[in-house]
Design a protein around this ligand. Structure first.
Ligand code: SAH
Length: 218
């Protein structure tokens, strides 16, 4: 079988065995998960495991999130196709691509330059004109490009940085893991008519959000 077919089938199995049984329902999210070639976002030595049910290392002590977590967080943002999205923690760029399939434009911030450069290369080779990546401290947000209809944070924060609340549009959704160093609660925060609504989406485990309004560097 050709390589391409192997990965296409692996994505279908991933969706059918990991995402649908755990409740992912949004058809657009499912299509994006079937489309984005996750194996191209990891090292060659890890490609055979790219569609397995766990996170994988991407260097510098960071990880590409588990497929289910990517689908779950993306679904929680409720994207319809035209949104301006801020993503904190580009990492491999995999979730950036998934979100770019479902929104208007993605502004993504990564603090580790070598990781950001690699994500940029991968995304350029796949051709995503609606993704902008910046190297810097994502806890500050991206004021010049705000407000955002959706903000997605893929690293764990000790508390919600106030910058995100300020840069979230009316009706906007913020999805962020909040809690301790090793386990967090995935929160969805919605800005509605000046009111803030908070819901817990369950427990999770992310690498640390390191920055001015996150964890301090070791
Ligand atoms: N969604 C990514 C997850 C990467 S892990 C993926 O699936 O590949 C989280 C990333 O957040 C790491 O690359 C880490 O370097 C980055 N990060 C941590 N703190 C950050 C900050 N303050 N600003 C930007 N990126 C940050």
């Amino acid at each position: 079988m050709r390589g391409k077919d192997i990965y296409t089938r692996a994505r279908k199995t991933m969706v059918e065995s990991q995402l649908i049984p755990r409740g992912i329902r949004d058809e657009r999210v499912i299509s994006a998960m079937l489309k984005v070639p996750r194996h191209l976002f990891v090292d060659e030595a890890l490609m055979a495991q790219a569609y397995s049910d766990y996170p994988l290392p991407i260097g510098e002590g960071q990880t590409i999130s588990q497929p289910f977590m990517v689908a779950f967080m993306t679904e929680a943002l409720g994207l319809r196709g035209t949104e301006r999205v801020l993503e904190i923690g580009t990492g491999s760029g995999y979730q950036t691509a998934v979100v770019a399939e479902l929104s208007g434009r993605v502004y993504s911030i990564e603090r580790i330059p070598s990781i950001a450069d690699r994500a940029r290369k991968t995304l350029d080779s796949l051709g995503y004109p609606n993704i902008v990546i910046k190297i810097g401290d994502g806890t500050l947000g991206w004021e010049e490009e705000s407000p955002f209809d959706a903000i997605l944070v893929t690293a764990g924060a000790p508390q919600v940085p106030h910058t995100y609340m300020e840069q979230l549009a009316e009706g906007g959704r913020l999805v962020i893991p909040v809690g301790g160093e090793f386990v967090q609660e995935l929160m969805r925060i919605t800005k509605k008519k000046g009111r803030i609504e908070r819901e817990s989406l369950g427990g999770c485990r992310f690498v640390k959000l390191v920055g001015r309004y996150g964890w301090q560097e070791d």
